[in-house]
Each structure stands twice: as C-alpha cells, then as structure tokens.
Write a protein that binds this ligand. Structure first.
Ligand SMILES: Cc1cc2nc3c(=O)[nH]c(=O)nc-3n(C[C@H](O)[C@H](O)[C@H](O)COP(=O)(O)OP(=O)(O)OC[C@H]3O[C@@H](n4cnc5c(N)ncnc54)[C@H](O)[C@@H]3O)c2cc1C
Length: 420
C-alpha cells in the first residue's frame, strides 16, 4: 500500500468526495480518509439544491441519484405556530434539473465515495486522521483505527480538510491549542434528525419549520421516507427536558417542535419512526480559514458553515471542493510526487480564499438572518400576515437564498475513467 500521495483528503462527506473525484480524474494520486463505515446515516435535511444536480451528473453519479432521490421540490411551506403558508419554489433554468430533490446521506455519500474509488482514489476507511503536521512542503498525517495497534502514516504535498465542523478537527501537531474545547453556551445549536415512513407529506412540498429557539424542515426523500431535521438552542432544549421529564433529549426536543408547529404533528400523525434519532452539535455557523496553511486547504463545512435553514450546506461543500480542485489542477501541481508543489500553495490559496468568499459569504449572511428570524417567531410575528397574504414573498426569499442560482462552478467537464 502506498503512503505517498499528491493529495490527502480528510473526510468523505460531499466536500471530500467531490475533491477526490475531481483530482483523481485529473490524474492526481489521492488518499481519502474517512473515520466512519459507510453507508452511514447523518444529521442533515438531505435536500440537494437544483444547482448541484448538473454537478452530480458531471461527477458521474447523476443516474444513480435520479433513480433513488425523492420527487422534485416545487413548493415551500412555512410552518409556524398554527400557520402553514405555502408558496411555489422558483424553478432553475435548466432543461433537466429544474427542482431540488432529497436523498438520504447513507446513499449520496456512499455513491460519491464509490465513484472516487472507481477513479483511482485510495480509500482509507474506517480510519481517523488523528494528527497532521507540515515538514517543509510535505504534509504528514497519522491515521489510527479502533482495534488496530499500528498507526498508518501518509504524506502528500497537498492536504485538504474536508472533515466537516461537528467533531474535533484532527490535531495539528504544530499548533498547541488546536484541541482546546469551547465551553457550553445557552445559544449553542444542537441538531436532530429522524426518518419516518407513511408521513402525510405532500410530494414536492418542502416545509420549513420556525419555532421559539430553533428551526428545521421536513422532506420526502428516497424509498418513500420523510426526513425531519431541526436545530434547537441548548437552553430551549434544557427547558423542554424539564417540561418533558423522563424523555430523551431528542424526544423532548421533538415534543417542543410539535407543540410549536402544529403542521409537524399533522404530517407525522400515524407515521412510523423507522430509524432512531440522530443528534450532533453544537453547530459552528460562520466563516473559517479556507487556506489554513501552505499547501493546506479547507472545503465544505471545514471552511465555513451556513445556518442549515436554507439547506445550502451540501451546495457549499460540493462547490467549494470543485473551486479548489479546479485551481489545484490548473496550477499543475499534480503527480510530481511529494516533492513538488512549487509556490502553488500560496497562489492557489489566495485565489481559492477569494473565490470562496465571493461565492459563499453572502449565502452565510442571508442564512444567518433567516435563522435568527425563524428562531424568534414573536419578533417575526408582524411579517406573518404579510407572508400569508403574499406567499410570493417566500418564493422571492427562496430566490435570494440561491435556490435558482447557477452553481459557483460550471459543470461542463464530464469526468471519465482515469487512464493508466
Ligand atoms: C439539521 C441540519 C439540516 C441540514 N439540512 C441540509 C439540507 O437539507 N441540505 C443541505 O445541502 N445541507 C444541509 N445541512 C448541512 C449539511 O449537512 C452539511 O453542510 C454538509 O454535510 C457538509 O458537508 P462536508 O463534506 O463539508 O462535511 P460532512 O458531511 O460533515 O463530512 C465530513 C466527514 O469527515 C469525516 N471525518 C471527520 N473527522 C475526521 C477525521 N479526523 N478523520 C477521518 N474522517 C473524519 C466524518 O466522519 C464525515 O463523514 C444540514 C445540516 C443540519 C445540521
């Protein structure tokens, strides 16, 4: 097994696998390291915006996605208190992909990782990158695996952080405080997800939930399954646990959501919970460093995380990884062995950081405004009669959220099998 690569990618979510597919297709030798066994469920609303569907085609999983994903999302609903305000979602200007769709992460992430492997990426799974450090131009990673005494050591001239933002990042041996933990705060957002069969959800409707101290969404995805995913502030969850003594955190949070959004109960009345609750948190919304060091880059949530109210996280993951890969490929830093990344780190890093901010910073800001309004239905109450009267305002909101914006990258390059 080789231990020297052109690039090491930490994490096989949509960001890491997109980078792996793009780089492997361009002839790079790529190691992608994922700590969890796949298929694995993940806390996520699982809606993929229409702008990404041409990208999934270009990544080589479009047909598989089309065959499994739920119906096109043509309407948005705002469920708040007893109100249900429904409005059309704007279609994207594309001949085949006009609407977003939902697919379980156990399917999407597996498809993407299998595609990367088919293109030649070497997959280390389930292995955890526990530490990395730079040694001149070379990045060295130490991988460990439960039950395995011996660590594995990999090296590359490019290190891509695609490990998301909900778990401690791998320790940077050169930065003493990298593992420092932040204290719990009342405003921390914790996220929950559940999957239901036989829910009364209109196909094609995407209900967005707004309730005191949180927000969420429901969607019909693959296999007739409905996903409910939401975020809730830590202090509101604590109150809910006091009110619903004896319940688990997920059940108490769910009881709070049902009490605050009657539409949720209507959709899930009689529905069967088919897979246990998942939880993560606290979420880390905000912009981080897209280029944390020379020859080191961050993509997806590792670079920046939007409040998930707009369901743009996977778009940002796929598109940021694509933006970075294009720049790395264009600078021709590949396949030169672990010695060759002359000046690429800094110039690619600058270009990539600029592109990242231009494409994604406005989305993060808009998502933050929407999230803060949704979590304070009292403050947003004067808006509700307006929305009820003119639901088209919701359609306009979806436009502003980027639902019909073309992707940050053109999906013009069809990826074939790597030769050689
Ligand atoms: C409640 C909620 C609802 C959401 N709904 C949507 C939605 O509807 N649509 C949407 O687009 N986005 C949604 N999102 C956001 C979306 O889930 C994330 O933005 C997306 O998963 C980020 O992708 P990523 O590849 O950057 O990271 P991740 O998907 O988090 O992948 C990171 C991977 O890295 C692995 N990893 C971590 N550390 C290590 C390590 N040290 N070594 C090896 N592997 C490691 C992890 O196991 C994981 O598989 C939602 C999020 C939440 C919380």
């Amino acid at each position: 097994m080789s231990s020297e690569f052109d690039a090491i990618i930490i994490g096989a979510g949509p960001a890491g696998t997109t980078a792996a597919i793009r780089l492997a297709s361009a002839g790079w030798s790529v190691a992608i390291v994922e700590k969890r066994e796949f298929p694995r469920r993940k806390v996520c609303g699982e809606c993929i915006a229409a702008s990404n569907l041409p990208l999934l085609d270009a990544l080589g999983i479009g047909e598989q996605f089309d065959a499994l994903a739920g119906p096109g999302l043509q309407r948005v609903g705002l469920f708040v208190g007893q109100r249900k305000i429904i409005a059309p979602l704007p279609p994207m200007n594309h001949e085949r992909h006009r609407w977003g769709r939902a697919l379980g992460r156990e399917h999407l992430d597996t498809m993407l990782l299998e595609r990367a492997a088919a293109l030649g990426a070497q997959v280390f799974q389930p292995w955890t990158v526990k530490q990395h450090h730079a040694d001149g131009d070379i990045h060295r990673c130490t991988l460990s695996r439960a039950g395995d005494e011996a660590d594995v050591h990999l090296q590359a001239s490019v290190l891509i952080h695609a490990h998301g933002s909900w778990e401690p990042a791998p320790h940077d041996a050169m930065q003493a405080d990298a593992t420092r933990k932040s204290p719990h705060r009342n405003s921390d957002l914790l996220a929950f997800k559940s999957t239901w069969l036989n829910a009364h959800i209109e196909p094609g409707l995407l209900p967005v939930l707004a309730f005191p101290g949180g927000y969420g969404g429901m969607v019909l995805g693959d296999h007739g399954l409905t996903t409910l995913a939401f975020c809730i502030r830590r202090d509101v969850l604590q109150k809910a646990r006091t009110t619903h003594a004896g319940m688990s955190a997920a059940q108490a949070a769910f009881a709070h959501v049902q009490a605050c959004c009657t539409g949720v109960g209507e959709v899930l009345d009689d529905a069967e919970l088919v897979a246990g609750w998942l939880a993560v948190g606290p979420l880390q919304p905000g912009i981080r460093e897209a280029t944390p060091g020379d020859g080191q880059f961050a993509v997806g949530n590792a670079a920046g995380e939007a409040h998930p109210i707009l369901g743009e996280g996977m778009s940002m993951a796929i598109q940021s990884a694509w933006l970075l890969s294009d720049r790395l490929i264009a600078h021709g830093a590949q396949a030169s062995g672990s010695s060759g990344m002359p000046a690429t780190g800094s110039s690619v890093g600058l270009e990539y950081s600029r592109a990242w901010r231009a494409h994604f910073a406005p989305r993060l800001r808009f998502a933050a405004v929407c999230a803060h309004l949704a979590m304070r239905p009292q403050a947003a109450a004067p808006l509700l009669p307006l929305l009820q009267r003119w639901p088209g305002l919701l359609t306009q909101g979806a436009r502003m959220a980027g639902k019909v914006r073309q992707s940050a990258v053109p999906a013009t390059i069809q990826l074939g099998n790597r030769s050689g």
